[in-house]
Design a protein around this ligand. Structure first.
Ligand SMILES: Cc1cc2nc3c(=O)[nH]c(=O)nc-3n(C[C@H](O)[C@H](O)[C@H](O)COP(=O)(O)OP(=O)(O)OC[C@H]3O[C@@H](n4cnc5c(N)ncnc54)[C@H](O)[C@@H]3O)c2cc1C
Length: 466
């Protein structure tokens, strides 16, 4: 049967107005933030209920049409790319946000709800969905769960999978799995909700979720420290862990190269003396502002006594806090303004960060690269960006980055690290999966994929080749 017949039948399941195939929509909905693949979907479809999703997937299965689940398309791994005549299934019109249940501290939402909109619904009750990152104004809860999103406060709250009780999802053959449950405890065999979280739309389409919520801290306080080495940064983290304990909200590191580019593009005044190799931002929570500030002061005192830090500044106002955070949060944007970037989002065991960084710098020197290193020191997740030389052609840069990745991934394997800490595998890292997952794991991945989607029609080619 032709694509035209499929599209005609599709228009009997969803309203014809909920199917787009103009060039602009195909280009827009056929890609995510990676911008590395040319979008070429067959059409974009906007179901409005789980039943419609089920009927659309069943029809697509009957016609052998591949389907790409699509959220806010802020993904950084090419997971939502549709470049081969797939049907893009956008959840954007399934964005209902239910009432907060304060006794169970939960909220029930449809998968297309924007992350920030869910936060806005919880905040008046002093609650939050504690998964916090820069793209939350556009990303969907469904995309956050499909990628098991992390963010800046993972050290305190963990990743998205910790904040879900259950999901409703649809298999490629149209079967609906309703696992939304208000139960906090449910030890009844395999946890399929957790299997779907982080599966990047390759096993099922998530249509609804019951999310767990956490109280918003009464007060937070932020300090910025300069340190002479990654080893000192790591020592500072150890002081923070033993002084602040569970109150540590974030511990972020930025290399001098990042701070210089940030300074150049922001024009802001860097609040610490000298040109130390790294800056570390620490955020803690407290019973009130004084309590949080005392906690940071104790960390700073211990760090100065042991000559771990060179300089420190503690925010004195909400404006100060935002300005200190800007040195961390503005790096991605500043680097993007400076040149074409090649990005790696990697993880190593927290205690190995100093040794890994040293090995990374040696490797970068061998490749004649300046690595821009920044990220979540507290949970071992570093962003390692490299930039195209103004004099190099795109082709030369791509070849150089292939060679760089090849050796970086081997180094990561040696350190028991991960080629993707948060962003997922998608299309971008698929061929490098073997550096982090062993052959037996990848073989099981294939069997799991075959059990959920035997014909390989759901988000084909992402994560693994079936
Ligand atoms: C500026 C910026 C900052 C970022 N910071 C972070 C960060 O700190 N931490 C972090 O983890 N990520 C970060 N990201 C990456 C990205 O925002 C997250 O991965 C986010 O969770 C993706 O959500 P989305 O709705 O945009 O998903 P999409 O990009 O639309 O999709 C991502 C994947 O999920 C699948 N998918 C989407 N919806 C569904 C669904 N309903 N059912 C099944 N599969 C689905 C897609 O097929 C795709 O494989 C950042 C991105 C940007 C642009």
């Amino acid at each position: 049967m032709t694509a035209q017949v499929f599209l005609q039948q599709l228009a009997t399941i969803v309203s014809p107005a909920d199917i787009l195939h103009d060039a602009e929509s195909l280009a827009n909905y056929g890609r995510d933030w990676t911008r590395l693949h040319t979008p070429a979907p067959l059409a974009v479809c906007f179901p409005r209920s789980t039943e419609q999703v089920s009927n659309v997937l069943r029809l697509a299965s009957e016609h052998g049409v591949a389907v790409v689940p699509s959220g806010g398309r802020t993904g950084l791994a090419g997971g939502a790319v549709a470049a081969d005549h797939e049907l893009v299934l956008s959840l954007e019109k399934m964005n209902h946000i239910g009432a907060v249940c304060t006794s169970s501290r939960t909220i029930h939402v449809e998968a297309g709800a924007i992350t920030d909109a869910v936060q806005a619904a919880c905040e008046p009750l002093g609650l939050q969905w504690p998964v916090d990152f820069a793209s939350s104004g556009s990303s969907h809860i469904g995309g956050n769960l499909a990628t098991n999103a992390g963010g800046i406060r993972v050290i305190k709250y963990g990743m998205a999978r910790r904040w879900v009780l259950g999901v409703k999802a649809v298999l490629m053959d149209g079967t609906i799995l309703d696992m939304t449950t208000p139960l906090e405890k449910n030890n009844t065999g395999y946890d399929l909700t957790q299997l779907l979280i982080g599966s990047e739309g390759t096993l099922a389409v998530i249509t609804e979720a019951t999310l767990k919520l956490a109280p918003i801290p009464a007060a937070t306080q932020v300090a910025l420290f300069s340190v002479g080495s990654m080893e000192s940064a790591s020592d500072l983290l150890a002081f923070a862990n033993t002084t602040a304990g569970a109150r540590l909200m974030a511990c972020e590191v930025m290399s001098r190269a990042c701070l210089d580019v940030m300074q150049k593009h922001s024009g802001a005044f860097f609040p610490l003396e000298g040109n130390a190799d790294y800056a570390v931002l620490i955020e803690v929570d407290g019973r009130d502002d004084t309590d949080a500030e005392n906690c940071l002061t104790q960390i700073a005192e211990r760090a100065f006594e042991n000559e771990t830090v060179l300089h420190a500044v503690i925010a004195q106002s909400a404006k100060d806090k935002a300005a200190l955070w800007r040195w961390r949060e503005g790096i991605g944007e500043a680097l993007a303004k400076d040149g074409l970037l090649h990005k790696n989002d990697i993880a190593v065991p927290v205690m190995d960060i100093p040794a890994f960084t040293e090995a990374l710098l040696t490797l970068a020197e061998k490749h004649r690269l300046t690595p821009f290193v920044f990220g979540h020191l507290g949970d071992g997740n570093l962003h390692v960006n490299t930039m195209k030389d103004a004099g190099a052609s795109l082709d030369e840069f791509q070849k150089a980055m292939k060679a760089w990745n090849a050796e970086l991934f081997v180094l990561l394997h040696d350190f028991r690290g991960s080629i993707s800490a948060e962003h997922g595998i998608g299309l971008l890292k698929r061929d490098a999966l073997k550096h982090t997952r062993c052959a037996a794991e990848i073989a099981l991945f294939r069997q799991i994929k075959a059990a959920f989607d035997p014909r390989g029609l759901l988000n084909p080619g992402k994560v693994i080749v079936s």
